[in-house]
Each structure stands twice: as C-alpha cells, then as structure tokens.
Write a protein of this length. Structure first.
Length: 255
C-alpha cells in the first residue's frame, strides 16, 4: 500500500536520511525505531509529503504521491510529533474544520466529532479554547483528526506523547485493531515496550540509514535477543547503560 524507494534527504551537504527503502502492506503495523538524530522525523515528513526528498520516491498503491498529493492525503491519517494546533479554536471547531477540509458531509461530521470526543473523554471540554488544553488533550484531538474520515494509511509520530495511562491503553488497543481491519500503520516511537507489543514489522534507522527491517520476530531471531530492548541495544547503542549509570552515581556522590 505504501512504499519508500531509496528515500534520501540532504540539508545543505549533510545527509539526514540515506537510501531508506521499505514496503508497508495493508494489515501491517510497521514500527520505526532509532536513536535521536537517526532520521525518523525526516522520514515521516517525506512519507506525508510535507518534505520533498532530495532523491527517491514515496509510492501509494504504486503511484508517486507527488502526482496527486491532495488525493493521497485524503487517504492518509497523520499524528505529528508536536501537537501544533490553533490555540483559539475549541477542540470541536478544529475537528469540524478538519472534517470540512476532508469533504465529510455536515450532518455526518457533527455526529462523528461528538462521538469521538466523548469516547476519548474530551466532550466536556469541546467548546473550550485549545489554549487551555493539556498536552495530552491536544494529543487526543490530533488522534481524532487523523481518524475522522477512516483513512487507509496511518502515520503516527510519537502518538503516545503526553497521554495518560487510560488513553495510552486505548490507543495501543486501537492501533492493533486497525491493523487487523487492514489498515497500513507506520508507527514511529521511542517506547520500545509499546512497539514490541503493537508492531508486526520493524524498520530500524541509525545515522539516517536502515540497519534492520523485517518482521519483529525475524529481526529478534537474527540478532539473537528475545526482547526488543536487547535487539535495539545490540544494533544501535554504543554505550553500556550499566556503566553510564554507575558513573553518574559516582559523580553525584563525589565529595
């Protein structure tokens, strides 16, 4: 359903992403992992069409998304890493605006928005300006906006950021259910435990390049670790967390 072919992005002469290639099929939940500066956010922005690659292509159902970005985005649900919203709009006003831009009919839109606001515990605050919302509330608004018109592809960049325990549990369960319904989900996160529980496939980046891709089980078997944390540490991290921990304690206890 979604395919990246040798995606590359340079800022001036500095490569941020280099030859990232993968396929995301319907029903798959692809977890994108990597340390800070590995190119995850740049990859997400190219997948959504917000950033044009220096080289390479993104295909949706075999067609370059640049040929019809508007049509592609109609089928795309996106939760960005930062919840940058219009602070003086209420949550309901913002979602109605998104629904109108996506072409949802007015009677259907109002009912759908109110139902989703209620299900994600935002209905009592629906008429309040989003400037008064907590980070978690704004994150839930973004989640609703991404789902409003039942998209075929979901791109989620740190979607659990700021969510309370109950909302995070709902989202994790929802992502799995959407995958079972045939949606293609690209899930970018630092939370290894959630990725391990939710994602059927992995894409691991380091310094802008793919160092591992495939099913979660296959990657863990190839590396020889039973946990995703052990696999990630083996592939990506250059530091010994136990040694760093001991050194930090030594420093703060020093006279």
């Amino acid at each position: 359903m979604l395919q990246a072919i040798e995606l590359t992005k340079h800022y001036a002469s500095i490569p941020a992403v280099q030859d990232v290639t993968f396929e995301l099929k319907g029903g798959q939940i692809l977890g994108c992992l990597g340390p800070n500066g590995s190119g995850k956010s740049t990859t997400v922005k190219m997948l959504t069409g917000l950033l044009e690659p220096s080289r390479g292509r993104v295909l949706y159902r075999g067609e370059d998304i640049r040929r019809d970005l508007v049509g592609y985005r109609r089928r795309l649900g996106y939760v960005p890493e930062e919840p940058n919203l219009y602070p003086y709009l209420s949550g309901r006003e913002y979602l109605e605006m998104v629904g109108i831009l996506r072409g949802i009919s007015q009677p259907q839109l109002g009912k759908r928005v109110d139902s989703l606001l209620a299900l994600l515990s935002l209905y009592p605050s629906r008429h309040s300006a989003m400037a008064s919302y907590s980070k978690g509330m704004r994150q839930r608004v973004l989640l609703i906006a991404s789902l409003l018109d039942d998209p075929e592809v979901l791109i989620l960049d740190e979607p659990l950021s700021g969510l309370d325990v109950s909302s995070a549990l709902v989202l994790k369960t929802l992502i799995r259910a959407l995958g079972q319904q045939g949606k293609a989900v690209f899930y970018c996160s630092h939370v290894l435990e959630v990725v391990e529980r939710v994602c059927s496939h992995l894409l691991i980046l380091r310094q802008g390049a793919v160092i591992a891709s495939g099913s979660t089980d296959d990657i863990q078997k190839r590396v020889g670790h039973s946990s995703l944390e052990g696999t990630f540490h083996h592939l990506v991290e250059d530091v010994d967390p136990n040694k760093v921990t001991r050194d930090i304690i030594d420093v703060i206890r020093a006279a």
